[in-house]
Design a protein around this ligand. Structure first.
Ligand SMILES: Cc1ncc(C[n+]2csc(CCOP(=O)(O)OP(=O)(O)O)c2C)c(N)n1
Ligand SMILES: [Mg+2]
Length: 342
């Protein structure tokens, strides 16, 4: 194994482990009553997709996420201090604590917004990709969503437009086998999601936990093709290790099922391979894990020490006072440097 390859797997492991530990800490905050709102969706067990896809992204690429999006943003460079503060509803959070877990956004990192409406973030990336086509800038825009959104009409409207205009869009479905308490077998007639995407002419890819490095390299190739050749679809096969949200104890599925499926842990698979290929030894992994754990402890402290908003600030930054359809229209014309839309 060459050193380039070594660093890919180590990077993927580090990213996945950071997501896992971040979410464990956030879960702790939830139990302590320190998170804002009553919902918290963890992506524990689903780390492979965010790690591979964000590692293949370039400057200027953008994305939207669904309601289970902490891991994606963290992997793309989100600051865990500001993310944790946001989830805790604090002033130092990404959206001054007013967005919370499900509405984090950061234009500087290309995060066009998390969206709690199933499928809601998908059309946004089609718009972003249309602008890239006009600007001819070689960027892509990526929508992350769950298997539940595969049953939403908006996905197919978006796939159709992306296909019609040959836009640089990646549709990334994180298939964790569940939509709230409903198992995919009880909600979906044809589970071959790639077949649906292919029917719109999209390039498709299916990845899973077995070989993280291969998954990344395949994703990278696909995203590079998308930049030039048009839209694509990725299905990330995984399992939602815990309930839909923190209060859900999954009474609708057996413990045996959970135990069996948690064996397909992408982090453990990557760790085993790192050890087997002697990329790192057990002690190296322990110190890497400790570093990550320390990093997230610092973020937790930051979030806890961050102040809450004053009562007088509650409604600031919530509405755009200057919003008008003309101002948006002018903004778009300016960005695209055009007078008339084609
Ligand atoms: C349009 C819409 N319908 C229903 C809901 C309620 N709801 C929230 S999450 C969810 C399940 C979504 O499942 P999936 O897309 O597979 O994402 P996962 O939770 O598994 O990550 C549902 C039905 C919603 N938020 N939006
Ligand atoms: Mg799901």
């Amino acid at each position: 194994m060459n050193s380039k390859s070594n660093s890919i797997l180590k990077d993927l492991y580090t990213t996945m482990k950071r997501i896992r530990v971040f979410e464990e800490r956030v879960a702790e905050l939830f139990v302590r009553g320190e998170t804002a709102g009553t919902m918290l969706h963890l992506s524990i067990g689903e780390e492979l997709g965010p790690a591979c896809v964000t590692k293949a992204m370039q400057d200027g690429d953008t994305f939207t996420t669904h309601h289970r999006g902490h891991g994606i943003f963290l992997a793309r460079g989100g600051n865990p201090d500001k993310m944790m503060a946001e989830i805790a509803g604090k002033k130092d959070g990404y959206c001054k604590g007013k967005g919370g877990s499900m509405h984090i956004a950061d234009m500087n990192l290309g995060h066009l917004g998390a969206n709690a409406i199933v499928g809601g973030g998908i059309p946004t990336v089609v718009g972003a990709a249309l602008s890239y086509k006009y600007l001819n800038n070689n960027n892509v825009s990526i929508a992350f969503f769950g298997d539940g959104a595969m049953q939403q009409g908006i996905l197919y409207e978006s796939m159709n437009m992306a296909s019609l205009w040959n836009l640089p869009v990646v549709f990334c479905c994180i298939n964790n086998q569940y939509g709230m308490g409903t198992k995919i077998d009880d909600a979906v007639g044809i589970k071959d999601f790639s077949a649906r995407a292919k029917s719109f002419g999209l390039d498709t890819l299916h990845i899973n936990h077995l070989d993280a490095e291969k998954a990344f390299l395949d994703v990278k190739d696909l995203i590079e093709r998308t930049r030039n050749d048009g839209p694509s679809f990725i299905e990330v096969e995984c399992y939602r290790f815990f309930g839909h949200a923190r209060k859900d104890k999954s009474p609708y599925r057996s413990e045996e099922e959970e135990v069996e499926n948690r064996k397909f842990d992408p982090i453990n698979f990557a760790k085993e391979k790192i050890l087997a290929d002697k990329i790192l030894n057990a002690n190296d992994i322990l110190s890497l894990d400790k570093k990550i754990s320390d990093e997230m402890d610092v973020s937790m402290k930051f979030a806890m020490e961050s102040p809450v908003n004053e009562e007088s600030e509650i409604f600031t930054d919530v509405y755009d006072e200057n919003y008008s359809i003309e101002s948006v229209d002018n903004k778009i014309r300016n960005i695209l440097k055009i007078n008339e839309y084609k």
